[in-house]
Design a protein around this ligand. Structure first.
Ligand code: PLP
Length: 263
């Protein structure tokens, strides 16, 4: 008899360039030895230089993808990425309440490195009110944490305060990724449900090949949770996985290249 492999789900947008979004998530799931499935919310025309265009899928298509997966798979953990607009956040919340897909990691994707807006402004309040209370973990970068918490973040103490605010909004655990802060180390702040907190640090590696970093971190956490590891272990594994992927660059495209997940 063969072992059943843990099955996981990403609910997000595609990246035709293969470095971010659903593509990054599925590649990460594969590397972390879990079986990846996807509910595609939006399709982007994109490469390493930027996002050229995107379209979001109809309500029926979103609901039908959720149903297809719920009818056939046992999803152990899931994540959200690019959700496009307020309407689509609501469609996703509806389905997350209807089906049981295990712990939910919310990566509140807002703006791509090239500047494209992947979440409409009017969706921020819906994310705060409807999606965050469902989140086992939220994984914002600094600009996303600022937007959701209303707290300006210039240093580590600001990161800690913002994490408290995100927890008050309903996210059980919080990971704020510090990569956007100018400092020697890439320091991420973790605030856990039981009140414990810690910093996860790796040396900073200067490179333009960081496309899809946020997607990959959250997908790695989903994979580790699905395999049965506790959240703190999953967070530490993901931090090391990302560091190795950034510190051993591959050459793809002419802009912000993708990570090296084989590293
Ligand atoms: N495109 C999609 C579909 C994404 O989900 C993301 C994730 O953040 C991005 C683009 C942005 O990637 P980055 O900002 O790392 O270039």
């Amino acid at each position: 008899m063969t072992d059943r492999i843990p099955q996981v789900l990403t609910i997000a947008g595609t990246d035709s360039g293969g470095g971010a979004g659903v593509m990054a998530d599925l590649k990460t799931f594969q590397m972390r030895h879990v079986f990846g499935t996807a509910v595609v919310v939006a399709v982007t025309a994109q490469n390493t230089v930027g996002v050229q265009n995107f379209v979001s899928l109809s309500e029926t298509m979103v609901h039908d993808q959720f149903k297809a997966l719920a009818d056939d798979f046992t999803i152990k953990a899931c994540k959200t990425g690019m959700l496009a607009d307020a309407e689509h956040v609501r469609f996703v919340v509806h389905n997350l309440k209807k089906y049981h897909f295990g712990p939910l990691i919310v990566d509140p994707v807002m703006i791509a490195k090239g500047g494209a807006q992947l979440l409409a402004d009017d969706a921020i309040s819906v994310v705060k009110q409807a999606l965050l209370p469902l989140a086992t973990l939220i994984t914002p970068n600094i600009p996303e944490a600022e937007r959701l918490s209303g707290q300006t973040i210039k240093n580590r103490s600001d990161m800690q305060q913002a994490a408290q605010k995100l927890k008050q909004l309903g996210a059980k655990n919080v990971l704020i990724k510090g990569g956007h802060l100018a400092s020697q180390a890439a320091a991420d702040y973790v605030l856990l449900a039981d009140g414990r907190s810690l910093w996860l640090e790796t040396p900073r590696f200067e490179t333009k090949n960081t496309h899809g970093t946020g997607d990959t971190i959250s997908a790695c956490i989903v994979a580790e949770l699905a395999k049965g590891y506790d959240l703190l272990t999953a967070l530490k594994t993901a931090k090391q996985f990302i560091y190795a992927s950034i510190a051993n660059p591959i050459e793809v495209g002419h802009g912000h290249g993708p990570l090296n997940l084989w590293a």
